[in-house]
Design a protein around this ligand. Structure first.
Ligand code: ADP
Ligand code: MG
Length: 328
């Protein structure tokens, strides 16, 4: 199972940013209202995610680190065959296999209650000991890839790794306005985002994460048709090229990078007046969960729509209309 986890880790755990994403998604799944992130050295030395969600019961703590122990897999070849199928329930185990991981959690309202378990790479011998913690969970991942030097070598500079981590944070914070967030790096608080309940709050968050210039040069939209809803902000041509990489698209609250979506947006921009411009946008597509599969790949950036044509045409015509109306 250790070997299985380490190889699985190659898919799920590419760099600190991917660890951050997995830990935060778990915190979100646990129903947290507030999620605090702390990184050191770009995340290579420390990634700590603290939440106020439902917590993990004492008996489940070791399980959380060793789920889906792959006793069926004997050889590396077999393992690779399985690896491509996905990693439901293996993120924590994978991360633990390539780091020093500490998990502290409490399901109880008593802040003196709580339990701790640690794992260190292959030396995973989860002993659960008492550790006071407010209701919720803290996961600390230290010294990522300390036991896989080949992979550690692939980590880039602290600045680059933190850039990726901050970008992952940005996407997550843009996906859940109802959650309060904070991000610290090397003892410095970089983001402090209160939960946003209304449009003004959401725009405050956008400004905090993407800069004030984003909204000043963007158009808010909210359109609905055939059970599809598209809302958010699209950048206008006054937008400077320096911010050209701000493209955020969410499907039912999940970050998505999808060819069909990208194509529809590009077409709409090209058709209106943004010739040669790189579109910038923060857009949310909402549709019946039964007509979209968001779990095509373990990193979950791809989606499969049941009716791709319908989605494509809706995106294209919505944006076309909104941008057309904004044309000076
Ligand atoms: P998955 O999220 O796919 O189930 P993970 O390896 O990411 O797999 O997590 C394993 C399990 O540990 C989760 O299913 C959940 O029960 C528990 N868990 C992990 N992180 C948290 C958290 N922050 N709060 C509550 N439970 C958690
Ligand atoms: Mg998970």
């Amino acid at each position: 199972p250790r070997l299985a986890n380490q190889i699985a880790a190659g898919e799920v755990v590419e760099r600190p940013a991917s660890v951050l994403k997995e830990l935060v998604e778990n915190a979100v799944d646990a129903g947290s209202r507030r999620i605090e992130l702390e990184l050191e050295a770009g995340g290579a030395r420390l990634i700590r995610v603290r939440d106020d969600g439902g917590g993990i019961a004492e008996a489940d703590l070791p399980l959380a680190l060793s789920r889906h122990a792959t006793s069926k897999i004997a050889s590396l070849e077999e393992l690779e065959g399985v690896a491509s199928l996905g990693f439901r329930g293996e993120a924590l185990a994978s991360i633990a296999s390539v780091s020093r991981l500490e998990l502290i959690s409490n399901t109880d309202d008593d802040p003196q209650a709580g339990w701790r378990v640690v794992a260190e790479g292959r030396e995973m011998e989860p002993r659960v000991t008492p550790a006071p913690h407010p209701r919720g969970t803290t996961v600390a991942v230290r010294d990522l890839f300390f036991n896989t030097p080949a992979r550690r070598k692939f980590l880039r500079t602290e600045k680059t790794e933190f850039g990726h981590a901050e970008e992952a944070f940005r996407r997550l914070a843009l996906s859940r306005y109802d959650i309060g967030w904070s991000l610290r790096h090397n003892q410095k608080t970089l983001h402090q985002l209160r939960p946003a309940a209304d449009a003004a709050g959401r725009e405050r968050r956008i400004a905090a994460l993407l800069g004030k210039g984003f909204l000043e040069n963007a158009l808010a939209l909210d359109l609905e048709a055939n059970g599809l809803r598209l809302w958010g902000w699209v950048g206008l041509p006054t937008f400077s090229r320096a911010q050209a990489d701000q493209q955020y698209f969410f499907v039912n609250g999940r970050v998505v990078r999808d060819r069909l979506v990208a194509h529809a947006i590009r077409q709409a921009y090209r058709d209106v007046l943004f010739h040669g411009r790189h579109p910038v946008f923060v857009l949310y597509l909402e549709l019946d969960p039964s007509v979209v599969d968001v779990n095509v790949h373990p990193t979950k950036h791809e989606v499969r729509f049941r009716d791709g044509r319908l989605v494509h045409d809706f995106l294209f015509s919505s944006l076309h209309r909104a941008l057309g109306e904004a044309r000076p």
